[in-house]
Design a protein around this ligand. Structure first.
Ligand SMILES: Cc1ncc(COP(=O)(O)O)c(C=O)c1O
Length: 403
């Protein structure tokens, strides 16, 4: 039986299909003019001057940090990051050549606890990477002030924060760089993909080099990929060396392709429609969630922010007479798809064991890792489905209270 409230969806518009067919017809499928158009539109939505499209949100996290090696960072330097996130946030720090230093989150916001950041700073700290988990903006004013005091870069992991606003400014424009995922679970989707946003042209140029093996050429649009023509900039210097095969830094291979960009361009055509529908769905549930206290809790939208409507987080509280497994299985059996709400990366994800953290080091992240789920609030469901979610939860709690 199909889910009545599936976790995610993807909208592929007629424009996207037309552009995909055009790129197939012209045989121009690797990163070219559609990727460039996608980048321009993405930058406009986020309100920044530069957007660099990549293969995934994880690559966006990695490259936004790896760029710092061109600006004085050393391999093995430290990046401060919340303990709770999708696992790739922590992995990206390691793949970028840094060591993650984890800080616990707040239970009420799911985000890094700003009061614990300064204690984690050492002489090796180079950056702070807050995550706007479930689209709720991290406390950026405090984080940016700490970064300024200690001369640190700030990279927002905005993978889940499409459309989020903090004091009127979009997520992804609140720090040195923003890293988005455009995987199918997200609002602007390209199927698989990611984007780094920034107002810093030099960072953008280095990221364009990093996404293509660290090449010395880093034009916004590669003329070789968009025409079959000759690139006048390619052979330079006295010896006329080929900058396309000159590698200036340790790079990656993570470009977006034209068909992915086409899907994203289509999604951006109806971005505000999708965003509004998802936000209405999310608010419908958040505004009615107090009825489930003291058993369940969620996040709150404060007056200075708009939550990017990624999904609906639910934390099962200590007083609840049921377990997460019982709760999520009940929802699943009633047609509501669920996801767990990630883990404490350093203490609940095995790959990080070598860093030596111990269970108990991050009580809030670990509690959420053991006791929280998230549900869909996407554009293919509406108020009727959100009411169904609320009714199903009410019935579940009633059945548990009676048993
Ligand atoms: C907070 C966060 N960061 C990074 C990522 C990685 O994105 P991707 O799956 O596109 O690599 C995700 C995944 O959606 C995420 O939720």
């Amino acid at each position: 039986m199909p889910f009545k409230v599936p976790f995610g969806t993807i909208t592929i518009t007629d424009l996207a299909i037309k552009l995909i067919n055009e790129s197939l017809d012209t045989k121009r499928i690797s990163s070219g003019k559609l990727v460039r158009l996608f980048e321009d539109k993405f930058a406009e939505i986020v309100g920044v001057s530069e957007a660099v499209a990549l293969s995934s949100g994880t690559d966006a996290d990695i490259l936004a940090l790896a760029v710092l090696h061109d600006f004085g960072a050393h391999r093995g330097d430290e990046v401060i990051v919340p303990a709770l996130s999708f696992v790739s946030t922590g992995g990206a720090i390691i793949h970028a050549g840094f060591t993650p230093v984890f800080v616990d989150v707040e239970r009420s916001t799911l985000n890094i606890d700003p009061s614990k950041i300064e204690a984690a700073i050492t002489p090796k700290t180079r950056a702070i990477m807050p995550v706007h988990l479930m689209g709720k903006p991290a406390e950026m004013n405090t984080i940016n002030a700490i970064a300024q005091k200690y001369n640190l870069a700030v990279v927002e992991d905005a993978a889940e924060a499409h459309g989020a606003l903090y004091h009127g400014k979009p997520a992804g424009s609140l720090a040195d760089m923003g890293a988005f995922s455009t995987y199918i679970a997200h609002i602007i989707t390209t199927g698989e993909g990611g984007v780094v946003t920034t107002d810093n042209e030099e960072y953008a140029e280095v990221i364009r080099s990093l996404r293509s093996h660290g090449r010395a050429c880093a034009c916004k649009q590669c003329s070789l990929n968009t025409t079959s023509g000759y690139c006048a900039k390619r052979f330079r210097g006295e010896g006329g060396e080929d900058i396309r095969f000159t590698f200036e830094r340790i790079g990656y291979s993570c470009k977006m392709n034209e068909m992915e960009a086409a899907i994203g361009i289509g999604a951006m055509e109806i971005y505000h429609q999708i965003l509004n529908k998802r936000h209405d769905n999310l608010k419908h549930v958040l505004d009615r969630f107090d009825q489930f206290a003291p058993f369940l809790a969620t996040i709150k939208e404060e007056e200075w922010e708009q939550i990017g409507p990624h999904a609906i987080p639910i934390i099962i509280q200590e007083d609840a007479p049921f377990t997460r497994v019982e709760f999520s299985q009940y929802l699943e059996h009633h047609g509501i798809e669920t996801r767990t709400l990630f883990n404490s990366m350093p203490t609940q994800c095995q790959g990080f064991n070598y860093l030596g953290y111990k269970l108990g080091d991050f009580p809030n992240a670990e509690y959420i890792g053991n006791n929280a789920i998230h549900l869909g609030c996407h554009q293919d469901v509406g108020v009727e489905e959100m009411d169904f979610v609320l009714e199903t939860i009410t019935e579940f709690i009633r059945s548990k209270a009676l048993s």
